[in-house]
Design a protein around this ligand. Structure first.
Ligand code: SF4
Ligand code: SF4
Length: 150
């Protein structure tokens, strides 16, 4: 089965690092209807087609429809910090290329299974959703949940 490739800049599947986390917990909610529709399409595409992704700095295919995207730069102050922490924990750098499934596994192994989501993005407005889901679904080290405060 294949899904239609969403339109994207420069025909490369750019994914900013922390969006590998957000993708796991997306349940159709978001900053706007357009944002949620676009993110849903991208999640389906990535999980169905497993393309090569490029770990990218700045706006990516998800930011494309976000009202916080101001000319390719996030108007929020936290996204760059989340990206940096995810790269540190996963041992990758901007420009890394790999299958989406590989990146998904890196995020699971290095962040979610050890309950470290809070240490990356515990101050995000959506953490109430994502944090609960991590604890229930991904985390195999429950004792670590309390240790990883932002
Ligand atoms: S809490 Fe925010 S940054 Fe973290 S995974 Fe959820 S939406 Fe993404
Ligand atoms: S523009 Fe900022 S808030 Fe919007 S999706 Fe991109 S990183 Fe997230």
């Amino acid at each position: 089965m294949s899904a239609e490739l969403p339109a994207q800049p420069e025909n490369a599947f750019r994914l900013r690092p922390h969006h590998g986390l957000c993708m796991k917990f997306f349940i159709g909610k978001g900053y706007s209807g357009d944002f949620a529709e676009n993110m849903g399409n991208i999640k389906t595409f990535l999980e169905t087609n497993d393309p090569v992704i490029v770990i990218s700095k700045g706006a990516d295919s998800i930011c494309r429809k976000c009202p916080n995207n101001c000319g390719g730069k996030c108007s929020g102050e936290k996204a760059d910090k989340y990206d940096r922490l995810v790269m540190e924990l996963c041992g990758i750098k901007y420009g890394a290329e790999m299958l989406y499934s590989k990146y998904s596994s890196l995020v699971n192994e290095n962040i979610l299974s050890s309950g470290k989501l809070r240490s990356v993005c515990g101050d995000c407005k959506w953490f109430g959703i994502c944090g609960s889901w991590q604890d229930l679904t991904f985390c195999t080290d429950k004792e670590n949940l309390q240790k990883n405060l932002p």
